[in-house]
Write a new protein. Structure first.
Length: 192
């Protein structure tokens, strides 16, 4: 995959991702060919292959840009609330992409890209972080939780504010959910 800074190349990559998103709204991802993408984008197959090797690579690029754009602007490790807010804003700022992901059952690729984005982000601040004990287990749990949150949010079409979404994720990720569940269990016993 192309990773340079040539403005024309970057525009072509963006045009291809925009085209893929349009096609994913029109038909199933598995039915979209590289030729379909090129034809709709009015670009040659050679142009496609200058930047991407496969359709999946193009899809991953689309996701990666969503996460890396937000994460790359951070100059220090964020607080939990700030990190959650970044994820929530990505979900809320890209409703077409999220709906296309849900429609095409692509949660596995999303989880992979969230994992990769978190790994790259943490390695930016903590050298060799991905070689720390149990690192990958923590990040895979987090990426899975964030992916399923996004999918559930999109499937249920409940319009939660960014603040409401952030509070839900913060309650879960901080462990408060278990305190709430224990309190609920205790109240049920007391109220009997």
């Amino acid at each position: 995959m192309y990773s340079g800074n040539n403005p024309t190349a970057l525009k072509s990559q963006q045009w291809l991702t925009d085209t893929l998103l349009v096609l994913m709204e029109e038909k199933a991802y598995e039915d979209i060919s590289i030729m379909d993408i090129c034809k709709k984008a009015d670009l040659s197959r050679q142009t496609f292959y200058n930047y991407f090797q496969t359709k999946d690579e193009l899809f991953r690029y689309m996701l990666r840009n969503s996460y890396y754009e937000k994460l790359s602007s951070m100059t220090e490790i964020p607080s939990a609330d700030e990190a959650i807010s970044v994820f929530v804003s990505i979900v809320r700022d890209n409703p077409r992409m999220v709906k296309a992901i849900v429609k095409n059952n692509m949660g596995n690729l999303v989880s992979d890209e969230i994992f990769n984005a978190i790994t790259a982000f943490l390695n930016k601040f903590i050298p060799d972080f991905d070689n720390q004990p149990d690192f990958s287990y923590h990040v895979i749990l987090l990426s899975g939780a964030l992916t399923h949150f996004m999918l559930y949010y999109a499937r249920n079409n409940k319009d939660l504010s960014e603040k409401e979404m952030t509070k839900i994720l913060e309650t879960f990720l901080s462990g408060k959910i278990f305190k709430l569940l224990r309190a609920s269990k205790y109240l049920k016993k007391v109220l009997k």
